[in-house]
Design a protein around this ligand. Structure first.
Ligand SMILES: NC(=O)c1ccc[n+]([C@@H]2O[C@H](COP(=O)([O-])OP(=O)(O)OC[C@H]3O[C@@H](n4cnc5c(N)ncnc54)[C@H](OP(=O)(O)O)[C@@H]3O)[C@@H](O)[C@H]2O)c1
Length: 310
């Protein structure tokens, strides 16, 4: 496993990291979840991403249990807030930042998180209030570094102007061969300001592994067939998307790698990307995905990928 620096922070994160959306504490049972976490550590993954909203606290609770016997310094732990935990508990106000951070720490059974992220931008709270409260969270020692997810370049620029209050080092956008929209705006702005990208759904929820085939039902044991986890899949299993994946198959074959490795090496080709956050329902996926670290793609392969998905 190779490691990269997360923006201007002192965090060294594995190129492949393990996420917990839909899976841990929710669609994947605890023993399979634990096997995934163990496989992650065994594969050199040191970076784990979660959020208070995943399973409405259940993913953090699972990780609290799964990580409690591991040395705290052996992993980098990231969580987030913003989405409604109850009708009243949502957003990025000072009161919510204090309340949700304490609740996350309790569930995660730790005194601090390495990275605390604003899961989305909050239009209903003045940005100054959010940045002040995030700064206080860092001062308190409960948070080491700060990040955001899916903020627009305008929102990022506004936060940068307030950088005396708190400094972001991390951005968490969706990014994959099939989802490139943040490349022109978010990537360069962040790179110029010490903010690294930790990218989500780099395998388009499993579609870029090639296991979903056009005209065939999804595999019975896949996310698309899971009542708990399939809610956000329909975009990716559309015929037009699967046709693009079909065009990627021979490219991976010619490059001498599996499709998941091609897809993960593709996001990691960008120096702005500090880590690709994968999800997993079983340990073999973690092992396979972790092995993408260090793989590189030639200019010809990159050109062929562009043409295949254009
Ligand atoms: N900031 C945000 O708004 C946001 C949003 C979404 C996600 N995230 C973060 O990003 C993480 C990853 O998202 P994601 O789960 O969508 O990532 P993903 O890696 O694109 O998809 C993960 C799913 O694909 C399947 N899979 C993975 N590797 C495989 C392999 N080698 N072979 C076959 N199938 C494989 C598994 O599902 P099955 O086995 O069940 O088919 C797995 O759960 C999340 O856990 C979360 O931490 C953040």
């Amino acid at each position: 496993m190779k490691y990269r620096k997360l923006g201007a922070s002192d965090l060294s994160v594995s190129e492949i990291s393990l996420g917990s959306w839909l899976t841990f504490g929710a669609g994947v049972d605890d023993s399979a979840g634990r096997a995934c976490v163990d496989a992650a550590f065994d594969s050199g993954i040191n970076f784990i991403d979660t959020s208070n909203i995943y399973g409405i606290g259940a993913a953090e609770e699972f990780l609290g249990r799964a990580l409690k016997d591991r040395k705290r310094s052996s992993y980098v732990l990231a969580t987030k807030l913003y989405f409604p935990m109850t009708d009243a508990d949502k957003g990025l106000s000072r009161a919510q930042i204090r309340k949700q951070l304490d609740a996350s720490l309790k569930r995660l059974k730790t005194d601090f998180v390495d990275l605390y992220q604003c899961h989305r931008y909050d239009d209903e709270t003045p940005l100054e209030e959010t940045m002040e409260a995030l700064g206080e969270a860092v001062k308190s020692g409960k948070v080491r570094w700060l990040g955001f997810s899916e903020w627009s370049p305008q929102q990022i620029a506004a936060a940068l102007k307030l950088s005396g209050l708190a400094k972001f080092v991390s951005s968490q956008p969706q990014y994959s061969i099939l989802w490139r929209q943040h490349e022109p705006g978010v990537f360069p702005l962040c790179a110029a300001n010490g903010i690294g990208q930790i990218v989500w759904s780099p395998l388009a929820q499993g579609v870029l592994t090639g296991k979903y085939k056009r005209g065939a039902p999804p595999p019975a044991d896949s996310r698309a067939m899971s009542p708990e986890m399939s809610g956000f899949m329909s975009r990716w299993t559309a015929d037009g998307v699967l046709a693009k994946v079909d065009r990627l198959r021979p490219i991976a074959e010619q490059a001498g790698m599996t499709l998941p490795h091609l897809a993960l090496a593709w996001v990691l080709r960008r120096a702005e990307v500090s880590s690709a956050i994968i999800g997993a329902s079983r340990p073999a996926q973690v092992v396979e995905n972790a092995a993408a670290s260090g793989k590189t793609l030639t200019a010809d392969v990159l050109k062929a990928i562009d043409a295949a998905v254009a």
